[in-house]
Design a protein around this ligand. Structure first.
Ligand code: FAD
Ligand code: NA7
Length: 470
């Protein structure tokens, strides 16, 4: 009698860069002749790309669901594209010509979509399907995933052998309270709701927080002509050489109408406040015993090799770390998860898994500087890539690029996006963008890829940059 093995079923939550990486990883195995499980990817939005799928909306989307993306209209990549490039789909392949190192949001979305389209993965994605609940049955050893089709309102539940969470963790704002904040008469928002800096022209803006969002929204605000930009830090100032319109002050002590008092006794009067206070790991579709609870850091505890849930080895999390590396790190994770599911990689015992996590956590405790963080994450990704057939690349060089990026911001926080780097995948050196970032007001893909004539403004600005550096 022929024994018919039932195909495994795998549910993937989210079709952002992580979810797409997972689908592509399985497709790559299939192309090599391996039988792959039945895959279903649930994406609550109407399109793929996750954070990069920009929405003008804030609050709730057209289905009444929380808006996912925290990106703003005029966002440009805040790290060099050379550190996020896919090892199996280069920028050269996608654009057919060298581009600059810091593309705008729409250009990176196009790159993500290009790889997705080249793979035959769209057939696995159910768009406008939100995962409402995940449950695990010890007896059957299967997950039940309950999903709502947002277009029809219909809910349904099916069982799966594995669940892979690629839902992102920069969507649910962390919003602290400050004494008197309710008396502030101007606009208050979290970075998640920020959509563009044009509205701050001629105004005084306060940004609470001292990390990427504060840095970038502050720089955008300066670019768009804010009268003043004040940052408020809790632990440490960012410490860049800001122009005189931009100041770093310690934590807000209290608000009194438009007046903001800081713990060092200083006071500022501002028109707009943006909380750049980070995000919560919040997964409303997960019961507590399966969920991930962590601050935004490089090694969330309870994830073996950063992806396998300690609570349940059939459950995986992609991209849940704080991110120096992004797209290629998600790929490295997805290839590793794929190989566990395909039985190509055997997991060690739970005791061994804990030991391994503790070793990485103990190294993580010793991470102090930004350079340490970079080495930590590059080593983590290298370790993953060594386990699978994901094309290996020079992660030491990627670490060098990242360290150069950190230095470039120290040198020139307003203009670091004009620097160029060389791809470790293709050896192509980026071109200098036709227009310095600080005076480029058109963020569209069309404008980015165009080759406009030199104009006077660019010459004048470049001349100013040269003089400032001298
Ligand atoms: P996401 O991109 O967040 O995608 C998750 C997907 O899951 C979304 O499509 C979402 O709709 C879906 N989803 C969530 N919950 C459910 C559910 N219950 N059911 C169904 N679907 C669900 N990275 C860089 O490399 N360079 C940058 O310049 C950069 N800038 C950034 C700027 C901002 C403001 C933010 C917030 C992030 C930035 N990032 C940047 C990091 C960014 O998070 C990653 O590049 C990447 O988008 C993470 O991919 P992901 O797939 O893990 O998560
Ligand atoms: P991050 O990088 O998690 O940083 C959060 C910042 O918010 C950080 O400076 C925190 O200060 C600060 N924070 C958090 N809580 C408070 C309170 N209660 N008061 C004052 N300050 C606070 O989030 P970002 O949004 O900047 O970046 C996340 C991603 O979005 C990133 O990948 C980017 O590419 C875009 P701390 O230093 O902890 O004292």
């Amino acid at each position: 009698m022929e024994l018919v093995m039932k195909k495994k079923r795998v549910a993937i939550i989210g079709a952002g860069p992580s979810g797409i990486a997972q689908l592509r990883a399985f497709e790559s195995a299939e192309k090599q002749g391996h039988e792959i499980p039945e895959l279903v990817c649930f994406e609550k939005q109407d399109n793929w790309g996750g954070q990069w799928n920009y929405s003008w909306r804030t609050g709730t989307d057209s289905y009444g669901e929380p808006v996912h993306s925290s990106m703003y209209r005029n966002l440009w990549s805040n790290g060099p594209k050379e550190v996020l490039e896919f090892a199996e789909y280069s920028f050269d392949e996608h654009f057919g010509k060298p581009i600059s190192s810091y593309p705008p949001r729409e250009v990176l979305w196009d790159y993500i979509a290009g790889r997705a389209k080249k793979s035959n993965i769209e057939k696995y994605i159910k768009f406008a399907h939100v995962v409402r609940w995940v449950n695990y049955d010890e007896e059957t050893q299967l997950f039940t995933v309950t999903v709502e089709n947002l277009r029809t309102g219909e809910t349904s539940s099916e069982t799966y052998d594995n669940v892979i969470v690629g839902a992102g963790h920069f969507s649910f704002p962390n919003v602290p309270d400050f004494k008197g904040v309710e008396t502030f008469p101007g606009q208050i928002m979290h970075a998640h709701e920020f959509r563009g800096a044009e509205m701050v022209a001629g105004k005084d803006i306060l940004l609470i927080g001292a990390s990427y969002s504060a840095e970038d929204i502050g720089t955008q605000a300066y670019k768009m002509g804010a009268r003043s930009v004040t940052f408020s830090y809790r632990s440490n100032p960012m410490g860049y050489e800001w122009p005189e319109e931009m100041t770093e002050l310690p934590l807000v002590e209290r608000f009194d109408g438009s007046d903001v008092h800081f713990v060092n006794g200083e006071k500022r009067t501002v028109d707009i406040v943006v909380f750049c206070t980070g995000y919560l790991h919040h997964y409303p579709f997960m019961p507590s015993e399966l969920s991930l609870s962590s601050p935004n850091n490089l090694y969330p505890d309870t994830l073996y090799r950063g992806v396998v849930s300690e609570a349940n080895n059939q459950l995986f999390w992609l991209g849940s770390q704080d991110q120096w590396l992004t797209f290629n790190m998600f790929d490295a994770q997805a290839w590793y998860v794929r190989d566990i599911i395909l039985g190509r990689i055997a997991l060690p015992s739970v005791v061994e898994q804990r030991k391994h996590m503790d070793q990485w956590l103990s190294r993580f405790e010793g991470v102090k500087s930004e350079n340490d963080q970079i080495d930590f994450q590059c080593d983590y990704v290298e370790d993953l890539i060594e386990q699978t057939d994901y094309p290996s690349f020079d992660l030491k060089e990627v670490a060098t690029i990242l360290k150069g990026w950190v230095k470039s911001k120290e040198e020139d926080i307003l203009n670091y996006r004009d620097y160029t780097y060389t791809s470790v995948m293709t050896g192509t050196t980026s071109v200098e963008h036709h227009t310095p970032w600080m005076i480029e007001l058109d963020d569209s893909l069309e404008r980015y890829l165009s080759e406009p004539e030199e104009d006077e403004a660019r010459e004048v600005y470049r001349g100013k940059q040269v003089r400032d550096k001298a």
